[in-house]
Ligand binder design. Structure first.
Ligand code: PMP
Length: 362
């Protein structure tokens, strides 16, 4: 950071952190951010638009987002007291880190344990709060390395363990027996199982939340076609939710988002199912076609593909970008990620354009 009049006031951790900025620029086909295509029917669009046209703009929204939390709770078979909603699950992650940051007896600073590679916000959000991050590499099949996780938990004494399943960017789920071993090795830490992509997966981990009192799950509507609303949530024990409400901004979810997200969860299940069927069908087709032309593709339970390129990922990324197609390259991470790109499943036409262009880089 360049020196400014306020430099002496800024928390030192910011010096080593870059702001999270999605790739800028204009691209015909954006397959970089794990959004889903807009396949809503005209009728559903009209209903969402009506929900967004919120009356009473002069009043604050419901501070407790009661209806939205009830909609999440009904879908998950829990009570609304076991749900906290956030401006995306990003905000829920930040709330958890802010609330649970008391250093453990043998730890000088609060710590979290997570995997690598995984969703970057666990790491970023922790670091800017002065929380130490221990990252345990996933194994060769992108599954949990149980002994590595156990060592990190034993020596690191983390407050929170973040595990995404299915995982971003690798696309697969963590095996349940490995998850159980990790959970059982950390009875004093909060285990956050992030299910952002669960709608595209054949399995879920909600039963682990019911079995273990220290397990919570995260969810979002961002991946099922409603990223613009910025609505995510955590499901966990009512006493934890009670504490988290104290940290949350009082009106953290704007009224249009509360209303539209409630509608999506309560009444647009058919539309979401149509989207999920499209994504899963296209995901399998893209996997087959990519494999046929010589790319390695990890089995995906999400709305994106984790693709191994023969050439350095930057070359593939730049070539696709020059054709107006944006994907996510992991070249900068180096090591075993140097030849990996992540490609979101788009509309059939977008996927076709990607497949045509990428064939040049075998
Ligand atoms: N968790 C995971 C694993 C993700 O990949 C993402 C989005 N990239 C999020 C959470 C954030 O979701 P939201 O839009 O709800 O903040």
């Amino acid at each position: 950071m360049t020196s400014s009049w306020f430099s002496h006031l800024v928390r030192p951790e910011l010096a080593g952190v870059e702001a999270y900025v999605p790739h800028a620029g204009s691209f015909d086909v954006r397959l970089d951010a794990n959004e889903s295509p807009d396949l809503l029917s005209t009728e559903a669009h009209a209903r969402v638009a009506e929900a967004l046209a919120a009356p009473m703009l002069n009043r604050y929204p419901d501070a407790t987002a009661r209806e939205l939390r009830e909609a999440v709770a009904a879908r998950a078979g829990v009570s609304a007291d076991e749900v906290i909603a956030g401006c995306g699950s990003d905000e829920v992650i930040a709330i958890l880190l802010a609330a649970l940051d008391k250093p453990r007896p043998k730890a000088p600073r609060p710590r979290i344990v997570t995997t690598t590679p995984t969703f970057v916000m666990y790491r970023l959000s922790a670091r800017v709060r002065g929380i130490e991050v221990i990252e345990v590499p996933l194994d060769a099949t992108w599954d949990l390395d149980v002994s590595g996780m156990k060592r990190a938990i034993e020596f690191g004494q983390p407050n929170i363990v973040f595990i995404a399943t299915p995982n971003n960017p690798t696309g697969g789920c963590m095996s349940e027996d490995r998850l159980r071993s990790v959970i059982e090795s950390a009875p004093d830490a909060l285990i956050v199982l992030d299910e952002a992509y669960v709608d595209f997966s054949t399995t879920n981990v909600s039963h682990l939340r019911r079995e273990y009192p220290n397990v919570v799950t995260l969810g979002t509507i961002s991946k099922i076609g409603f990223a613009a609303l910025r609505v995510g949530w955590m499901i966990g024990s009512a006493d934890l939710v009670h504490e988290l409400h104290k940290i949350r901004q009082p009106y953290n979810i704007p009224l249009p988002s509360q209303r539209a997200a409630t509608l999506v969860l309560r009444e647009l299940k058919g539309e979401v199912d149509t989207l999920v069927t499209h994504v899963v069908t296209e995901r399998e087709r893209m996997t087959r076609e990519l494999e046929q032309i010589g790319f390695g593709v990890a089995p995906s339970q999400t709305n994106f593909l984790w693709v191994e390129t023969k050439r350095p990922a930057t070359e593939v990324f730049d070539g696709l970008a020059a054709s107006g197609i944006l994907v996510r390259s992991f070249a900068k991470s180096g090591g075993r990620l140097a030849r990996r790109i992540r490609v979101t499943v788009g509309t059939t036409a977008e996927n076709d354009r990607f497949l045509d262009s990428v064939a040049r880089f075998v």
